[in-house]
Design a protein around this ligand. Sequence first.
Ligand SMILES: Cc1ncc(COP(=O)(O)O)c(C=O)c1O
Length: 384
Amino acid sequence: MHSLDAFASGKLAALEAMSLRRRLKPTRRLPGAFVERDGRRLLSFSCNDYLGLSQHPAVIAAAQAAVAAHGAGSGASRLVTGDNPLIEELEARLARLKGTQACVVFGSGYLANTGVIPTFAGKQDVVFVDELAHACIWAGAQLSGAKVVSFPHNDSDALAELLAEHRASFRHAIVATDGVFSMDGDVAPLDWLSAVCEANDAWLLVDDAHGVGVLGGGKGAAALFPDAEIPLQMGTLSKALGSYGGYLCGSQSAVDFLKTRARTIVYTTGLPPASAAAALAALDLIEADPAFAAEPLRKARLFTQAAGLPRAESPIVPVILGEADAALAASAALEAEGFLVVAIRPPTVPAGAARLRLAFSAEHPDDEILRLAALVRPYLGAKA
Ligand SMILES: Cc1ncc(COP(=O)(O)O)c(C=O)c1O
């Protein structure tokens, strides 16, 4: 056997033995939060399409019209000829939504974080990262070459102590956190984190991938903390906005600097026009109806109340079961009842914290949420 294949098969066998091997499953998304998998129609609680906008007729029509008008791809880096006018229009809309001077759109949220952090931090700098922050924040911090310091989850006092210990040894400091944590659904204390950053001349980067479109009337997690100073507001178009792409909203000079130096802007092809058009149509719908934007959180709270779990802070609700096997078994049992709730295993979550991760959508029928809660309750008892 070729040494490459021997290496790959050995690794796969070891992962299989720990129930940590993963497999892709072709899944057809259908309207109304349903999916088709292995020939079965399931109500999905594992899509981040919180408002169902990827399936919305107006969003689909906008994407189709953009393909007809501009073609399927943008053809080059934005700095060459790939800066489609729809991307510029989208940047203006996102800056308005976030209340910032400017915005830059990236090819994805992952590309945003891996471009933004290395643009503002290098070897002379330090990046503090919440221990549960998304993988692409960690990747961006590591790529930057800065010293990377993890701080305990949502603990602004511990962050202050770490800043007191390290800040003076470095030129610049970035503090990076999720606004809504992708696997736990809790919201970062942005007011406290902001105060600590301001007191220590540190730049706060908030990844609001799971907040934009659904919290703060659609404006995102930052809108829940009007006094917080957040100079780097990152997010994605791929969840509540139902499209694809990422963004960073901030001051004009920060954004201009990113447009000229972020490697994930300079050395990659611009966002396809259809993705920009779809996100613009989604923003129209969200801004026109803040009550609609609030629906996923209302649904999540209906579930947590019925299941006897702590009140949801966002549309994401974790049901932590411990070992990977337990999460896989629970997921299979729910699938037999017509629900798709994918098991989340290490390394996506810490060892021993495998879970069901439920993502609530405005489209989930209330009676189905209550049926799911009744099915999940026995697992909570077993864990306790
Ligand atoms: C918190 C968080 N940040 C960033 C991303 C990456 O965004 P994208 O899917 O647009 O690359 C995700 C998930 O995909 C996420 O959950």
